[in-house]
Design a protein around this ligand. Structure first.
Ligand code: GRF
Length: 205
């Protein structure tokens, strides 16, 4: 059997997406294992979840570096040490440098249906716009904000009495399921990105 794909997961907060991946990786048939969890701040539940699961962690905080370029280089160096096949940015609230993205295939989830409502407030912006359906998007990170090639999307209906929290919580349930399913498929079968088109499966000859 092939070696499980090596994942590095980056978090900034609660880490429920991370937890879903940790739980999935407990099954050897899933085809992936998390070799490290990184964060841009200390004292977050995402790191505690990793520690409870016995996964190595690292923190690189922007304010500890004189320049943003210094932080960019530091996060690249530490991730490189873990030799990931795939980096998953799961609620990680920092943009990653071009150099980082060239080295590591990096996926991110966004709690809206891209290209709608990019940025920090996807659920709020969808609610304010009055859409009836929103959702979550898994994409390959590029230089923009939530603009990269789309791997998968899942719709979530907006309920009449939703507020931002209730909507985001329902999106997150769908988002976690999508993340687990697609990362597993990628780990087992591979991924090809050609321009904006993403295909999961063995490379065609
Ligand atoms: C997710 O909805 C993610 O898309 C957004 O922030 C949330 C992170 O949740 N960027 P968690 O830390 O995985 O619980």
């Amino acid at each position: 059997m092939n070696q499980p794909a090596r994942l590095v997961v980056l978090v900034s907060g609660a880490g429920t997406n991370l937890q879903a991946l940790v739980d999935a990786c407990a099954d050897p048939a899933y085809g992936a294992r998390i070799v490290a969890v990184g964060a841009d701040r200390d004292g977050i539940e995402g790191l505690a979840r990793a520690e409870r699961a016995g996964i190595p962690t690292f923190v690189r905080q922007v304010s500890d570096f004189e320049t943003r370029e210094g932080w960019d280089a530091a996060i690249t160096t530490v991730v490189e040490r873990f030799e990931p096949d795939l980096v998953v940015s799961a609620g990680f609230m920092k943009l990653l440098s071009g150099d980082f993205l060239e080295r590591f295939l990096t996926l991110n989830t966004h709690p809206a249906l891209c290209p709608a409502f990019p940025g920090m407030h996807g659920p709020r912006d969808a609610l304010e716009h009055g859409v009836k359906v929103t959702g979550a998007t898994l994409f390959v990170v590029d230089a923009g904000v939530d603009t990269g090639p789309i791997v998968a999307q899942v719709p979530v209906p907006v309920e009449e009495d939703d507020d931002v929290d209730s909507l985001h919580e329902r999106i997150k349930i769908a988002e976690r399921a999508m993340l687990v399913e697609q990362v597993g498929r990628i780990a087992r079968d591979g991924i090809t990105v050609e321009g904006r088109r993403v295909r999961i499966g063995p490379a065609s000859r």
